[in-house]
Design a protein around this ligand. Structure first.
Ligand code: SER
Length: 583
């Protein structure tokens, strides 16, 4: 079965079971500046897992594009990927363990035709925070999983949370037995030997964790995630995702183009190219900071491996074409953004090629000077990064090829200091979507707070901000709302904002403890992402929001507010575009 068919079957199956199919959120989270990329299907759904009403109902399903970069330097082995697709289904306070497990079992065995004996499952073993998950285990037994294929593990294996804080809970994981011989008498799903491969994870999200520990959520949710590349590989009986149709045409082409044979390099090239293309299609661009830096590393590492295999860098275009041709049906955004993708990748390649050979020379010089050690100090790794644009993975690989190691810890320290400095300059982009700070953008920023307050008055207090974006000549504001605004609603919102501007309300900035801010009723999009001491901006008695600023001193500075457009942004989310006109 091809990947696209597995995706189709999945969405159809859950649709048949009452789930609304929702679109994949972009890889670059529009409304969450605190994370670099979307890393799981649940990420865009957090507000709904916490109790907000989703306009599409309580049962949702989708495919979600994800990028995870913590293992970037593992790519090249037979399983790690930076980009992958996660199929998911959710219950937002609707069904729970029994039904979720029954559906997973039916989908795996009936729709995908996996023999029951190939499946093993794991459940949460229980601890002081949460009891042993007998309910899940019984549901598996009832479905048809034999008792000796059910395992219990602790929080390390069977508990899911994104990061340190947030919605979480025990999970049950499904494993596929590849048929490889057991590595020993203790070989179990938790074992890394490759016999068992995890295929699906159902999280029973009924807790929320913060610095005070665990508390129960108001609603019991189910969040599941099934990795498409892995499932495709297993169903096709392939050893690695690179042997499936998702990668194999590019892998074959690389084999044809290479002058030196190295399978790891081919995988790195194929994987990093696909990831880069997906990130660029969703608006990512290479830079030295955060998201942009991830993309830069992916492209540069790919280029170096192309050089290593002595593949002509001009063949990048051909490789991009293969992906657009083969993945275009799954990801129409690749077809739509084909030209931009090519342009961005070629430009970045050209930039890197300029410094690459000088950097390699510098590297050779530096190791020539090392005495009595095979560890390359962090300062050299940093200099190669700073002066020649060498991502540390590249230096690490170069070092390895020459019999050296790098001092990654001291590099990381230098890098962190450097990033903090650069980030201070671009901090604003992480605050309410402000990309640059000028007199105009500051005005728009204050207008955003007024608009947020006006929407709440007109549409209802459950209409929350979902994102915003400001340039010097307009603002954009996203909020949840289940209908297109009527002309009257639009007018009323516009009038309210203008009334508050005319009233000349003072804008007051205060610092306070996060808890006090919440108690005082201050608005905020991602409460868990803020530090303990926060800045709160209050505008008259109209608006109070956690915000980094900056803002004008008085609303009378804003001019006249005009809504230019109101449209759908994504399902259940409306977008207002507005301008301020000098009076
Ligand atoms: N959030 C869980 C995961 O990422 C299940 O979707 O595995």
């Amino acid at each position: 079965m091809k990947a696209i068919e597995i995706r189709r079957k999945y969405l159809d199956y859950f649709k048949k079971h009452g789930h609304s199919v929702i679109p994949s959120a972009p890889l670059i989270p529009e409304n969450d500046p605190s994370v670099l990329f979307t890393t799981a299907g649940m990420q865009p759904l957090v507000p709904y897992l916490l109790g907000e009403k989703h306009p599409e109902g309580k049962r949702l399903t989708d495919y979600q594009k994800c990028v995870r970069t913590n293992d970037i330097d593992e790519v090249g082995d037979n399983r790690h990927l930076t980009y992958f697709e996660m199929l998911g289904n959710w219950s937002l306070g609707d069904y729970f363990k029994d039904e979720s497990i029954a559906m997973s079992f039916e989908f795996l065995t009936k729709e995908l035709g996996i023999p029951v004996e190939k499946l093993s499952v794991t459940c949460f073993a229980g601890d002081e925070d949460c009891p042993r998950d007998e309910v899940a285990a019984n549901a598996w037994k009832k479905a048809g999983i034999p008792e000796d294929h059910i395992y219990y593990y602790g929080k390390d294996d069977n508990w899911w949370i994104a990061g340190e804080e947030g919605p979480c809970g025990p999970d049950t994981e499904m494993f596929y037995d590849t048929g490889k011989p057991a590595c020993g008498p203790d070989c179990q799903p938790s074992c890394d030997c490759g016999k068992y491969v995890e295929i699906w994870n159902n999280v029973f999200m009924e807790y929320f964790k913060d610095e005070n520990g665990y508390r129960k959520l108001e609603q019991k949710n189910v969040d599941t995630g099934l990795g498409l590349e892995r499932m495709t590989m297993l169903l096709q009986g392939k050893e690695t995702p690179f042997d499936t149709e998702l990668f194999s045409p590019v892998m074959d082409k690389l084999k044809e183009l290479q002058k030196i044979d190295n399978i790891e390099s081919r995988r790195i090239i194929a994987e990093h190219l696909r990831s880069s293309m997906m990130i660029i299609a969703d608006g990512g661009r290479p830079s030295n900071l955060d998201r942009g830096y991830v993309l830069r590393r992916l492209i540069r590492r790919m280029i170096r491996h192309m050089n290593k295999l002595q593949i002509d860098l001009d063949s990048l275009k051909e490789l991009i074409d293969i992906y657009v041709r083969d993945l275009g049906e799954m990801y129409p955004e690749l077809v739509k953004n084909r030209e931009t993708i090519e342009q961005v990748i070629i430009e970045e390649k050209d930039k890197f090629v300029k410094t690459l050979s000088n950097g390699e020379r510098e590297f050779q010089k530096a190791i020539g000077k090392l005495e009595g050690t095979n560890v390359i100090p962090g300062e050299i790794v940093f200099r190669l990064y700073d002066t020649y644009g060498f991502p540390p993975e590249v230096t690490k690989e170069l070092a390895f090829e020459n019999g050296y190691e790098i001092d990654m810890d001291s590099f990381n320290e230098l890098f962190k200091k450097h990033q903090e400095k650069s980030r201070a300059g671009s901090e604003q982009k992480f605050k309410g979507g402000l990309a640059e700070t000028t007199e105009e953008t500051i005005k728009y920023h204050t207008a955003t707070h007024l608009l947020n307050a006006a929407i709440k008055k007109v549409i209802g207090k459950d209409a929350h901000q979902r994102g915003s974006n400001i340039t010097v000549d307009r603002m954009r504001f996203d909020f949840n709302c289940d209908h297109k605004l009527t002309p009257e609603e639009k007018q009323e919102i516009e009038d309210l904002v203008n009334k508050w501007i005319k009233e000349g309300l003072p804008v007051i900035k205060e610092e306070m403890k996060k808890e006090d801010a919440i108690k005082s009723g201050a608005e905020c999009m991602f409460i868990e992402k803020y530090p303990d001491i926060v800045t709160v901006y209050t505008i008259g008695d109209v608006s109070k929001e956690l915000c980094g600023g900056p803002h004008v001193k008085n609303t009378s500075e804003l001019g006249r507010f005009k809504i230019k457009k109101e449209e759908s942004s994504s399902s259940g989310v409306r977008r207002i575009k507005a301008v301020l006109i000098d009076e």
